[in-house]
Design a binder for this molecule. Structure first.
Ligand SMILES: Cc1cc2nc3c(=O)[nH]c(=O)nc-3n(C[C@H](O)[C@H](O)[C@H](O)COP(=O)(O)OP(=O)(O)OC[C@H]3O[C@@H](n4cnc5c(N)ncnc54)[C@H](O)[C@@H]3O)c2cc1C
Length: 263
């Protein structure tokens, strides 16, 4: 079995996210990192490989992004992927979700994977949709929010976290599965794996290499038009009550809530 894991480079959690008003796109300057949600997808692939229920020949990390996205791919390899594919081309800049999903699916097609795993959401765009778009273009079933996977015969039995409880769904390979962050506890990469990651094969693909129709990607190939962005209004500073006498503090809090008709 071959597993492709989709991984994205996102601004580090400590970086304040803002939209660049001149482009209408997210300002991607500053420290970047591998999308934390994608580490769960890599871990899920590793657990399938190590679990022994199915023979996993290869785990391939795939990312679409600028040159800096190579670091996210190195991290994915240090966490267990065998090699990586970097889809990078100026023609892809400004792609919306539909265009991004189409481009990623085009790059994945050449790999003919049995399973495509991805995170539930990116830490920047948070669209939760790439899995479904990729699956549609690959003509594969799509499962989202999967928190348990058990290989059974020629497919996998999955538990999906839903608002009302859990769905149990059986799907046959090939399939696209986005995993919820409750599925596992991702491992930390060893120092040896971090050092060795840069030596693992990394293939860089342009739109031409991936047979991508350029009229379907980039700003011109995207249907979404972003309008005006405004920063949310500044919040008023909170009131700090020093706790010198707990009974008095409780009274002050209750009076504060009562004044605002919150209790
Ligand atoms: C008008 C417009 C212009 C945009 N321009 C740009 C731009 O120039 N540059 C840019 O980077 N983004 C751009 N975006 C954002 C881009 O469309 C989204 O980041 C992308 O579609 C994925 O959506 P998401 O990050 O919310 O993914 P989600 O659906 O929340 O992600 C789910 C999972 O999909 C996988 N995934 C998502 N994106 C990638 C990726 N790129 N590579 C590999 N795996 C991935 C990850 O496993 C992730 O956990 C633009 C969006 C719009 C609306």
């Amino acid at each position: 079995m071959k597993i492709c894991v989709l991984v994205k480079e996102v601004p580090d959690a400590a970086v304040t996210k803002r939209i660049d008003p001149s482009t209408g796109r997210m300002d991607r300057s500053g420290e970047k990192n591998l999308n934390p949600y994608d580490t769960h997808a890599i871990e899920a692939a590793m657990q399938l490989k190590e679990g022994g229920e199915v023979e996993v020949e290869e785990i391939v990390a795939v990312s679409m992004g600028p040159a800096s996205a190579v670091r996210a791919l190195h991290k994915a390899v240090s966490l267990g992927a065998d090699r990586s594919v970097h889809l990078s081309d100026d023609a892809l800049a400004g792609s919306d979700v539909a265009a991004t999903g189409y481009a990623l699916a085009s790059a994945i097609k050449a790999e003919s994977p049995d399973l495509v795993l991805l995170g539930q959401q990116s830490d920047d765009g948070e669209c939760y949709t790439i899995g479904a778009v990729v699956a549609e273009h690959l003509g594969m079933p799509s499962l989202t929010q999967v928190v348990k996977m058990d290989v059974e015969g020629s497919g996998v039995k999955c538990e999906r976290q839903a608002e009302y409880g859990y769905d149990t769904v059986q799907v046959t390979f090939p399939a696209v599965i986005s995993v919820g962050d409750a599925i596992n506890e991702p491992r930390y990469p060893s120092l040896k794996a971090i050092m060795g990651a840069k030596k693992k094969p990394l293939e860089t693909k342009s739109v031409g290499d991936a047979s991508i129709d350029v009229s379907m990607v980039g700003a011109d190939g995207s249907q979404v038009q972003c309008g005006e962005f405004k920063a949310p209004p500044q919040k008023a500073a909170g009131q700090i009550i020093e706790d010198e006498d707990t009974n008095e503090t409780v009274e002050k809090i209750v009076a504060w809530l009562d004044e605002r008709k919150l209790i």
